[in-house]
Structure formats: C-alpha cells, structure tokens
Design a protein around this ligand. Structure first.
Ligand code: SF4
Length: 377
C-alpha cells in the first residue's frame, strides 16, 4: 500500500518508516518527529540554573554544564521511556537562565579562540579574525528547503545549507558553497535562523538538517538559534564529524539524530583528498560518543573508486565493531566533481564513478559484517 502525500509531509503524521529495524533504531527521533517526545533542545531550555554566566570563567562554566547535563539525563530518560511528553515539558515553568544558555555562553567563549573543530585555529572569530574555514562571527545560509533526496526515514528533511567548510575535499559536490563562494548566501542572525527552522517545520519538515559545507563552524549561531525556535522539531547533525571534544559535549544534549560522514579508513587518504590530519582518530572518537549513548544515527559512507580496500573495508569494519546499533548508508553516488574534474591526471584513481563490481564488494562487506544498511542505502 502506498503512502499518501499528506502522511509524508505532516510532521505529526502517524505513518513512519515501516521497517521494524529502522523504527527501533530511530525510535527517539520518531517520537520527537510526531510530537510525542520533546526535542532535546526543548528539554535543555527547561533545565534551570542561576548565576551571572558572563562573569564565570570557562572552567566554572564547564563544571556547571556537566552538573546540568546530569539533570538533563534524568529528564531525557523519562522522555525516552515515554514517561515525560512534549506537553508535560512545556507546562513546566520556563527558567530565566537554562542549561541551553550555559551551552551558548561556552560556545561564545570558544569562538573567541576558535576550536570548534580539530583545526584548532585559536583565532578570535568574535573579534573578526578568520580561521581555516574562513568564517568570522557570521553564519551564511546558501539555501534552505524541504529535501526529499535524503535517506527515506528523514524526508522531507528541513535542510539548511551553511556556506563554507573546514574540509577541502577535492571531489566536493557542493564546492560552490563550501569552497568557491562560501559567502554567497544570506548572513543570518540566531533569531533569523530560528524563524527558518520554524518555517521548515510548518511546511512539513520531519527534522532540521544542519549541513553545508559543514555546520561545525556555525555551532555558536546554531545553539543560540535554539533559544528562539518555537516548534518541537528533531535536530539533525549532518557533518564530517571533525569536531573537537568540546564541540561534541555542547551538541550531545541537543542533537536528536546524527547523520555523519565516515569517508576514509586511513589518514593518508584523508590528507590527500580532504586536506585534514588525524582523520581516523578524530572521527572515530566523535562517532563513539552518540553510539555509546544509543542515539539514533545513520552513518554515511561514500564508496570511492579504487578505495574499497583502503577505505570502505576498514570503515565498515570499525562500525561493525564499535557502533553496531548504527544504520549505515553505503552510498554509490560518487561522481568526479570539482578539482577531480579539473585535474583528472592528478586524481586519476577517483576520476570515474565506482564500478558495479566495487559497489557489490562494498555491499557484500557490509552484509558479511551484519551491518544494517539495506533500508537506508
Ligand atoms: S571552526 Fe575550525 S576551521 Fe573554523 S576557525 Fe574554528 S577551528 Fe578553525
């Protein structure tokens, strides 16, 4: 039986993905999506605290953050077990200062010596300096719309494309906004970003999908926007996962579903093709955090031609050992783009699409490792 269009676009629709495995693995996401459970950021907004955050040093702010995170966990587990609904949470008194405010203040301090990602540029973006991602204290959105090309359980996805990136992937399909024209979109404030999220939700978005480029350099604006979002909507982090541990700590209690890339199985491929160091250690460390909490997660692995044994195999093996609860999208849509198209001799091994044989190898590795990939690939 087909799914009616209204069922797909209404956020409170009861019809969700029919696969039992997918429903179980993404159950928190579904509960928020249909407004049974409060999104994590909504819970964080109702956890009260006191004090003048602006006068605290960073160490004091982190200590406060960590103690409020324990309060968050209690409410979150009640909500996860369906003992605390969205309606229950919004009946609580809204505090003057909340756990979310603490996160925003910490993010503002990090922006002064930026280390949102492992480039750790330590530039004062708040004062106008720019790091590797080329962003100062500004957030650019190149487009936002209901995306129907994402994984089936996510669509329609309220996708927000941020300009700029902290990677330099030679095959980037979004190179126009990530590399060449990162400032070509609209410069938005936190309040404007919140309005966009509410608009997308009202139009039928099942989630707010923060993507780019990469959303990581925009953590301060994104966290700040959550103070103003009026709707209850799952927050989705669609990222290269090159974040610092501090950034991960800021996000873990606000992101409802993770959609990370895991591209490379070794550091030399990552350095040559995306210009980042220490890739495997950083990305696996960051993937472990949501996996250990059993957060809903769909890991994306783009199969690159001639990279099945050096990248696909170790990536899928790591996932099967360390994140068996993840759904995995084994993606075959790679095509030569950007610098690979301009300099095919330099990037000869990836100057073509993956062959049917390579995709079959990737799928059989995933099957052998008992990875759940078929429903989302
Ligand atoms: S987000 Fe990353 S690349 Fe950008 S300034 Fe901060 S540390 Fe550097």
């Amino acid at each position: 039986m087909g799914v009616a269009y209204w069922e797909l676009v209404r956020p409170d629709a009861v019809t969700v993905w029919r696969s039992r495995v997918v429903r179980e693995k993404l159950s928190w996401y579904y509960d928020v999506m249909v407004n049974k459970a409060p999104a994590k950021f909504v819970i964080a907004r109702y956890i009260p605290t006191e004090g003048d955050l602006g006068k605290m040093n960073l160490e004091e702010l982190w200590a406060l953050h960590d103690s409020l995170s324990k309060e968050f966990s209690k409410l979150f587990h009640q909500a996860k077990n369906r003992k605390l609904t969205y309606a229950d949470v919004v009946k609580l008194d809204k505090p003057r200062i909340s756990y979310l405010d603490v996160k925003v203040e910490i993010a503002r301090r990090i922006l002064e010596q930026c280390r949102f990602c492992e480039w750790r540029c330590k530039v004062n973006r708040l004062g106008g300096a720019r790091g590797f991602c080329r962003l100062a204290n500004e957030t650019y959105i190149s487009s936002y719309f209901l995306h129907v090309g994402e994984e089936a359980p996510l669509v329609p996805s309220g996708t927000i494309f941020y300009g700029s990136c902290n990677f330099r992937c030679v095959f980037c399909q979004n190179h126009d906004i990530s590399q060449e024209n990162p400032f070509s979109g609209w410069k938005v404030t936190a309040e404007e970003l919140a309005t966009i999220q509410d608009y997308l939700r009202q139009e039928g978005a099942r989630n707010i999908n923060h993507v780019g480029g990469d959303p990581t350099p925009n953590i301060y604006t994104i966290l700040s926007s959550l103070k103003y979002v009026r709707s209850n909507v799952p927050q989705l982090w669609n990222s290269n996962m090159y974040l610092t541990e501090e950034s991960m700590k800021l996000l873990l209690d606000v992101i409802d579903i993770w959609l990370p890339d895991f591209k490379y199985g070794n550091d030399s491929c990552a350095l040559r093709l995306s210009m980042v160091r220490n890739y495997v250690e950083v990305v696996t460390r960051n993937l472990k955090a949501p996996c250990e909490r059993a957060d809903p997660i769909i890991i994306r692995h783009l199969v690159l031609p001639n990279h099945v044994s050096c990248c696909t195999e170790p990536v899928l093996t790591w996932i099967s050992h360390n994140c068996p609860s993840a759904l995995v999208n084994v993606m075959g849509q790679y095509r030569p783009e950007y610098l690979v198209l301009r300099y095919p001799e330099k990037y000869r091994e990836i100057a073509r699409r993956p062959s049917a044989d390579e995709m079959n190898q990737a799928y059989s590795i995933a099957k052998k490792l008992k990875i759940d990939f078929e429903d989302v690939s």
